[in-house]
Design a protein around this ligand. Structure first.
Ligand code: AMP
Length: 411
C-alpha cells in the first residue's frame, strides 16, 4: 500500500483543496506514475483502464500548470482532450470542473448530436480546456470557431476506442492542427500496434507507464438484478431496506439530484439515510460518512464521483438505484461490499432506461446477473425489453461480423 500523498506530487494548494473536497485521500497508482512525468514536461503513453483514476492522472497536472503559470492570456484553449464518446467527454468535464473549481478553470465540451450554438458561444466567451469528440471538433475547426494555436497539452483519451470507432484519420488531422512544441498525453486501455503507430506519429520521446486493470468482481458477492418500472424504484428501494438483513447499505445514483431525492424519500419512509455528492462541502460529507460508519444512518446514498473515497467496512448491501453508464463503475461500486472474505449482496434496480447499461455490465463481468422477481414491483415489460435488446444486439453482431470479416482482409 502506497503512502504517497497528493502534496508529494507537487500540485498547487487550490488543486489539493479541490481533491480534498472530492474526498480523495491518496493518489491512485496511475496518478503516482503519470503526474511526475507530465510535470517534467514529457510526452506520456499510458496503458490504463477506466476506473483506475486515469482522468485525474492527466487532468491534474494540466489544470495545475494552467493555474500556476497565471491565467490564460487569451481566450483560446490551452488544453485539448479528445475522447471517443459523448458520455466520456461529459464525465471528463465534470472532473475538470471538480478539480479546477478553486482555480476557476474554464472548460467546455464539443460534441455532436446537439446544437452547436451553445458550444460556439462557450468558445467565444473563452476557455482553458476543451473536451471534444473528433467529428464536431473538426466541423468547428473548419468553420473557424476554434483556434488550437495556443494548445500546449493535447490529450488522447481511450485512444484504442477512438481507433475502433474509425477516428484514426480525424485524430491525426486534429493533432496536426496543434502546433509543436506541445505535450501529448495518450491514454489507452490496450496497447495494440495501431495505438503504438498513432502514438509514434503524434508524440516525441514519450515515456510510458502501465497499471494493472481494476479489480474484478469477488466471488462472494451475490449479484442480483430486479426489473422494475422507473416510477416504482423508490417503493422497491424502501422494501429492500426494510428487510433486517440489510444492515448497512450503500445506494448509488447516477446524479447528485437523484442522490438527494432518494435520501429524502427514505427519510420520509422512516429510514435513516444520508446523501453525499460533489455539491456537498467536505465537512457535510464527513458528517454524513461518520453517521454511516457509526451506524446512526443505515443507508448512504452516493454518486460515483465521491464513492471512491469511501472506505467503510461491513457494508452488507450495495444497491444500484441506477445502473452506471460505465460498466467499470459497477465493479467499483459493488466492490464496497463483501470485504474481508464476508459475503455481500449487490442489487441492481433495472428499468427500461437501464437496460443498455445492464447489458454493458453483464458483458464486462462476463455473466448475467441473477434475476430476482419475487417482489411486488417486478415488471415483465422491463424483462421483455432486455430479451428484445439481446436479440437486437445478436443481430447487430451477426451483421457486423459479415461486413467486418470482408473489410478486415481486404485492407
Ligand atoms: P477514472 O478512471 O478517471 O474514470 O476514475 C474512476 C473514479 O475514481 C472516478 O469516480 C474518480 O472520481 C475516482 N478517483 C480518481 N482518483 C481518485 C483518488 N485518488 N482517490 C479516490 N477516488 C479517485
Amino acid at each position: 500500500m502506497s503512502t504517497m500523498k497528493f502534496s508529494d506530487l507537487g500540485l498547487s494548494e487550490p488543486v489539493l483543496r479541490a481533491l480534498a473536497d472530492c474526498g480523495y485521500t491518496t493518489p491512485t497508482p496511475i496518478q503516482e506514475a503519470a503526474i511526475p512525468i507530465v510535470n517534467e514536461g514529457h510526452d506520456l503513453i499510458a496503458c490504463a483502464q477506466t476506473g483506475t483514476g486515469k482522468t485525474a492522472a492527466f487532468m491534474l497536472p494540466v489544470i495545475d500548470d494552467i493555474a500556476t503559470r497565471g491565467s490564460n492570456p487569451g481566450d483560446d484553449p490551452l488544453a485539448l482532450v479528445l475522447t471517443p464518446t459523448r458520455e466520456l467527454a461529459l464525465q471528463i468535464e465534470e472532473n475538470v470542473r471538480a478539480y479546477g473549481k478553486h482555480v476557476g478553470t474554464r472548460s467546455c465540451v464539443i460534441l455532436g448530436g446537439v446544437s452547436s450554438g451553445p458550444q460556439i458561444n462557450a468558445l467565444r466567451r473563452g476557455v482553458d480546456v476543451v473536451i471534444a469528440t473528433p467529428g464536431r471538433l473538426i466541423d468547428l475547426l473548419e468553420q473557424g470557431e476554434v483556434n488550437l494555436g495556443d494548445v500546449d497539452f493535447l490529450i488522447l483519451d481511450e485512444a484504442d476506442r477512438m481507433l475502433d470507432l474509425g477516428f484514426v484519420h480525424d485524430v491525426r488531422w486534429i493533432s496536426d492542427q496543434v502546433p509543436r512544441p506541445r505535450q501529448t498525453l495518450l491514454f489507452s486501455a490496450t496497447m495494440s500496434p495501431a495505438v503504438r503507430s498513432l502514438a509514434s506519429t503524434v508524440q516525441t520521446d514519450a515515456q510510458s507507464v502501465s497499471v494493472a486493470p481494476p479489480a474484478t468482481v469477488a466471488d462472494n458477492i451475490d449479484q442480483q438484478v430486479m426489473f422494475v418500472k422507473k416510477e416504482h424504484k423508490p417503493d422497491l428501494l424502501v422494501d429492500l431496506l426494510q428487510v433486517d438483513a440489510t444492515e448497512r447499505a450503500l445506494v448509488f445514483t447516477g446524479t447528485k439530484m437523484a442522490a438527494t431525492l432518494v435520501a429524502r424519500h427514505l427519510e420520509q419512509a422512516g429510514i435513516k439515510a444520508e446523501a453525499i455528492h460533489s455539491n456537498k462541502s467536505q465537512s457535510q460529507r464527513q458528517r454524513a460518512l461518520d453517521k454511516f460508519t457509526e451506524g446512526k444512518a443505515r443507508v448512504l446514498v452516493a454518486t460515483d464521483i465521491v464513492a471512491r473515497g469511501i472506505d467503510v467496512d461491513d457494508i452488507t448491501h450495495v444497491i444500484n438505484y441506477e445502473l452506471p453508464h460505465d460498466a467499470e463503475n459497477y465493479v467499483h461500486r459493488i466492490g464496497r461490499t463483501a470485504r474481508a472474505g464476508k459475503a455481500g449482496v449487490a442489487v441492481s434496480l433495472c428499468c427500461v432506461e437501464d437496460v443498455s447499461n445492464l447489458r454493458g455490465v453483464e458483458s464486462l463481468v462476463k455473466q448475467p446477473l441473477r434475476v430476482v422477481d419475487d417482489h411486488r414491483w417486478h415488471s415483465e415489460t422491463v424483462a421483455a425489453c432486455l430479451v428484445a435488446s439481446g436479440r437486437a444486439a445478436r443481430q447487430r453482431a451477426r451483421a457486423g461480423r459479415g461486413r467486418g470479416s470482408g473489410s478486415k482482409w481486404a485492407r
